[in-house]
Design a protein around this ligand. Structure first.
Ligand code: BEZ
Ligand code: FE
Length: 276
């Protein structure tokens, strides 16, 4: 196998992967090579551009650690995260729709009782969040595990505050025997995704903004039901139609309603899909 040229090299590389024992890996690597080569030929990639691409990916790697997930961010702004969700989380009509996970979920958030304040000192306008978790037939899902996380009034998650040594505006709660939940927190605000790294430079270079509309994250798990990873977005937010990570779905937009005392109330009911 010598003297490969810009057209014959693709088949030569594919042949080298022909003995991949795992059939799924073989499908993925084969398609990846084909698309990558076609991409390079289509844009007539120069060596300088390829070096720049490698440098970009290297910088994405260097800035990544257990709190800064630049590769997730890259996938998010390219729409790949949301495409994967859309392909894999196509739930029956009536179920709450899924959206992107994002890079700010933390395992081991504090546990709270219903009615507690999960803000735990996070700055913001107080609000109450309440609703139900049900199945598609309307059956209440008791003891569903709800992992909730959000940014504070400044649009920052607790993990973005370098000096903070405890969890804020995130927590785990369980629904009661009627599938109901309620907790206190602070009102979600729009925020900019981290854009002080290579992904931010990509947004800049392509005239894109880094804003996400205000939202509250939920990961809901209950035995017998599919796990649901979603957000509730705040109605009226100016960024709903241009979310930097393409995560907005109309069915997930809700009102935070101002109360007489200046606090807010968000009511939202979740519907889980049964596992078959
Ligand atoms: C988030 O909603 O937390 C998020 C999602 C994607 C990129 C950045 C942040
Ligand atoms: Fe978020």
């Amino acid at each position: 196998m010598r003297n490969l040229d810009q057209n014959t090299i693709t088949d030569a590389v594919l042949a080298r992967f022909a003995d991949t024992p795992d059939p799924r890996l073989k499908t993925i690597i084969t398609s990846l090579v084909r698309h990558l080569h076609d991409f390079a030929r289509e844009v007539e990639l120069t060596e300088a551009e390829w070096e720049k691409g490698i440098d970009f990916l290297t910088r994405v790697g260097h800035i990544t650690d257990d709190k800064r997930h630049e590769f997730i961010l890259l996938s998010d702004v390219l729409g790949l995260s949301m495409l994967t969700v859309a392909m894999n989380q196509d739930k029956p009509r009536g179920c709450t729709e899924a959206t992107v996970f994002g890079p700010f979920h933390v395992e081991g958030a504090p546990h709270y009782e219903l009615g507690d304040d999960i803000a735990n000192g996070a700055a913001g306008t107080p609000c109450v969040v309440r609703g139900t978790v049900r199945g598609l037939d309307g059956e209440p899902v008791a003891n569903a595990r709800m992992d909730v996380w959000q940014s504070d009034h400044d649009g920052l998650y607790d993990v973005q505050h370098p000096d903070l040594d405890h969890a804020q505006a995130r927590g785990i709660l369980h629904t009661d025997d009627q599938g109901r939940f309620h907790f206190r927190s602070v009102v979600a605000v729009p925020y900019q995704i981290p854009h002080d790294g290579p992904v931010g430079q990509l947004l800049d270079a392509t005239n894109r903004h880094p804003w996400r509309p205000a939202h509250l994250h939920f990961k809901i798990d209950a035995p017998g039901y599919e796990s649901l990873i979603t957000h509730v977005f705040r109605n009226g937010d100016p960024w709903l139609d241009s979310d930097a990570v393409f995560g907005v779905r109309e069915s997930l937009v809700a009102d935070w309603v101002e109360q007489d005392d200046g606090t807010y109330l968000l009511e939202f009911d979740f519907v889980l899909n049964r596992k078959d």
